[in-house]
Write a protein that binds this ligand. Structure first.
Ligand SMILES: [Zn+2]
Length: 732
């Protein structure tokens, strides 16, 4: 399968693409932001010897801003706030009754019930007008969920965003998310960090998906986000959280005079949480309110309203590339979807003034059959056919179909010729070893008989099953396009998956020479004495003036962009990115050949070493960076470190995983990609043993995306625009 989550994991875009109506695309602009205000009770309770519970948070109020999008890019806001005081009001029971809520429901239940009512309206604002697109479409309320052919599938789901909600607010919501009227789905993430949770209304089937807005911007405070991504800077409001607790809230919040400056003293911050100037501003603001509760509501709502503008700006930024931000739960997954999408539509991302020409955009009307002209034509063998017949018979038998007239091993010659001379009945591709044939049953009630089957690619046959024919055709064309341009595709060979999985590791950062004082510290040098087999560490006469940081992050745009650079000595001065897998081998001569020829890009598992005569050239930066297990034995970490650790009874596990810089593969097989291995070979490494290799097609498909984003960012910096942050966010 091709990899393009922006289309293939987004049913609405997939539909619009398949029906050639992408001009109708609009990003989701309706959403809700919410925030809690809390009561904090100082408890100071010892839970265990080591753990003391400082304070407990209780819900005081919840506020939300509902965004109703108009047909143009404008929108209407509706702001709401529910507090503990609602539960005391005379008509509380009446309010609960209106939503058919049980009598013990909290004000959070009430908020959720109201929110479910609002999202139905928001959904109506966002969904596509079916009738405007298809005159033949039947009006059917539920078509989106059953995937009716003529209705644009559009999930009945509205996003509810809180700032840093995955840690705090979700925990406060938790007990209200399951009740008689609605039910909670399985959360994504952990209990302490819930990335996303969906709540479905049992009657209307509307869904609320709670996500953390902070994940869409990266770690920062809400204030910083509004400053960086919003348009205007407004003065921030203040509220003395710490003096309100579950004993005094009724009394404290009903007072009509403003809080005292003393009330803003914060234990958590060890001083006043606001300055005197901010307090004076607060006094002015407070004049507009009848009491502290009214001010609290205003304050609570304001925190949700200020999230709207940055989110709208984010939605706009991505919408120009046909990306629907609110479909994603983090900026990382959104950026990944964007870059994969860019490889199908390079011209959409090629906004440079000096337009370079890249390959053509994906066009669903184009003919991409036989995308790989070099593929070897398929030749049916007796064994392959026998196996196929056996599986077809099993399939039919399990489905309760008559198998008497099924194709048999005797039909081998007939099908051998058929597969050689005919093409796929669905996509008209020739059958090759890249594109294996199968039999596609025409009448689903009948079995695999000669009369009921036409030849079809295995991949077409799979995507053909029980689907809208236009969507099937989209999948097939995208697959052919991906093959034509060597774009990445899902890995189907388990051996390749395992090889790649082994390479994935975190914590790749190392600091050499931790302390250096400019003008003071002498430069430390390592030398190797071959005769005594000792490493000597000594300071030389040169004094440190600058620090050098080496950033080898392969996720950085300079490495994945595949932009030509004369300093890259390999593969046309470009670092190509991997497309679909070509083959896997464990034959040493094949592995050696691929490494030596320097044409294919690959990942290889080998053992290698640098000879001792090279050590002194390489010790400043030993070039094999690996996380390896190091035993904390005296002979490993040295007498000094070992005795220090014992003296201070430091916790010493038997083994530690540490990022190390090595001069050989430590007697183990290690995995390198082609560029890394070629660099090591050019530095003089000797390969002693070959274990496995996975070879990939190569592409430079990320170039338009990286170039464009870089240029947009530079332009934004020069213009002093806040958009700069968006582009930085996307590229990283
Ligand atoms: Zn086909």
């Amino acid at each position: 399968m091709p990899i393009c989550p922006a289309i293939l994991n987004h049913p609405t875009i997939e539909y619009l693409m398949a029906y050639r109506i992408m001009d109708q695309f609009k990003a989701q602009r309706g959403f809700i932001t919410y925030d809690f205000e809390k009561l904090s009770d100082q408890v100071m309770k010892n839970i265990t010897d080591q753990t003391t519970l400082l304070s407990q948070l209780h819900k005081l109020s919840i506020a939300s801003t509902e965004v109703f999008p108009n047909q143009d890019k404008s929108y209407e806001l509706v702001k709401r706030c529910y507090t503990l005081f609602d539960e005391l009001s005379e008509n509380y029971q009446e309010q609960l009754d209106r939503y058919e809520l049980p009598s013990n429901s909290s004000f959070v239940h009430l908020w959720l019930a109201q929110t479910f009512e609002s999202v139905e309206e928001i959904y109506q604002c966002m969904k596509y007008e079916d009738n405007a697109l298809h005159s033949d479409s039947k009006s059917n309320e539920n078509t989106n969920s059953v995937g009716g052919i003529n209705a644009i599938s559009f999930d009945k789901c509205v996003k509810v965003l809180g700032w840093n909600s995955s840690r705090f607010d979700i925990a406060l919501l938790w007990d209200a998310l399951d009740c008689e009227l609605w039910t909670m789905g399985v959360p994504i993430g952990s209990l302490n960090y819930t990335k996303s949770i969906t709540v479905t209304h049992k009657k209307s089937h509307m869904k609320l998906q709670f996500i953390d807005a902070e994940n869409l911007f990266g770690p920062m405070t809400l204030k910083a986000c509004v400053k960086d991504y919003g348009d205007k800077t407004e003065h921030t409001d203040v509220f003395p959280y710490e003096i309100i607790n579950s004993n005094n809230w009724k009394e404290v919040l009903m007072k009509t005079e403003p809080f005292e400056y003393e009330d803003f003293k914060s234990q958590l911050k060890g001083g006043y949480s606001i300055t005197k100037d901010e307090y004076d501003q607060y006094l002015i603001d407070f004049k507009r309110f009848t009491n502290r509760l009214d001010y609290l509501k205003y304050y609570n709502i304001n925190d949700t309203e200020i999230m709207v503008k940055p989110l709208m700006n984010l939605i706009d930024t991505f919408e120009q590339f046909n990306i629907d931000v609110l479909h994603y739960i983090s900026i990382a997954s959104c950026a990944y979807a964007t870059i994969r999408y860019s490889t199908y539509f390079p011209s959409k991302f090629n906004l440079e003034s000096d337009k370079q020409s890249y390959y053509e955009d994906f066009d669903i009307n184009a003919d991409y059959s036989n995308p790989n002209p070099d593929a070897k034509p398929f030749e049916l063998t007796v064994g392959y056919w026998k196996n196929k017949c056996y599986h077809y018979k099993q399939q039919d038998y399990k489905a309760g179909r008559e198998t008497d007239k099924n194709v048999t091993a005797d039909d081998n010659d007939y099908y051998k010729q058929l597969f050689e001379t005919s093409v796929c009945s669905i996509c008209s591709a020739k059958f090759t070893y890249d594109n294996l044939p199968s039999l596609d049953r025409q009448d689903n009630e009948l079995s695999h008989t000669k009369a009921n089957c036409l030849p079809a690619c295995v991949s077409c046959n799979i995507s053909h099953a029980n689907r809208d024919p236009k969507i099937t055709s989209l999948h097939i064309k995208m697959r052919q396009y991906a093959i034509k341009h060597n774009l990445p595709m899902t890995i189907s060979d388990e051996r390749i998956y395992k090889l790649l999985r082994e390479c994935i590791t975190g914590g790749l950062a190392a600091v050499f020479h931790r302390e250096n004082i400019a003008g003071k510290t002498h430069i430390n040098e390592l030398t190797y004495d071959e005769q005594s087999n000792n490493l000597i560490s000594q300071d030389n006469e040169n004094v440190t003036t600058h620090v050098f940081a080496l950033d080898g992050n392969s996720l950085y745009p300079s490495s994945y962009s595949s932009v030509k650079n004369e300093n890259i000595p390999y593969t046309d001065h470009r670092m190509y990115m991997a497309g679909r897998s070509k083959f896997y081998s464990e034959k040493p001569y094949i592995i050696k050949n691929c490494i030596d020829q320097r044409k294919e890009i690959f990942v290889a598992k080998v053992k290698d070493y640098f000879s001792k005569s090279e050590y002194n050239n390489l010790l400043a930066l030993p070039p094999i960076f690996r996380n390896i297990e190091i035993e904390n034995k005296e002979e490993m970490i040295g007498e000094y470190m070992f005795s220090q650790a014992q003296k201070h009874s430091l916790p010493m596990l038997k083994k530690d995983r540490k990022l190390s810089t090595l001069l050989d593969t430590n007697g183990q097989f290690m995995i390198f990609n082609n560029y890394y291995l070629w660099l090591l070979i050019d530095l003089g490494i000797v390969i002693t043993d070959y274990k496995a290799i996975a070879v990939f097609e190569k592409n430079a498909a990320d170039e338009p995306f990286v170039r464009t984003m870089m240029n947009l960012r530079i332009q934004a910096i020069l213009a002093g625009s806040t958009k700069e942050k968006f582009h930085k966010l996307i590229i990283n």
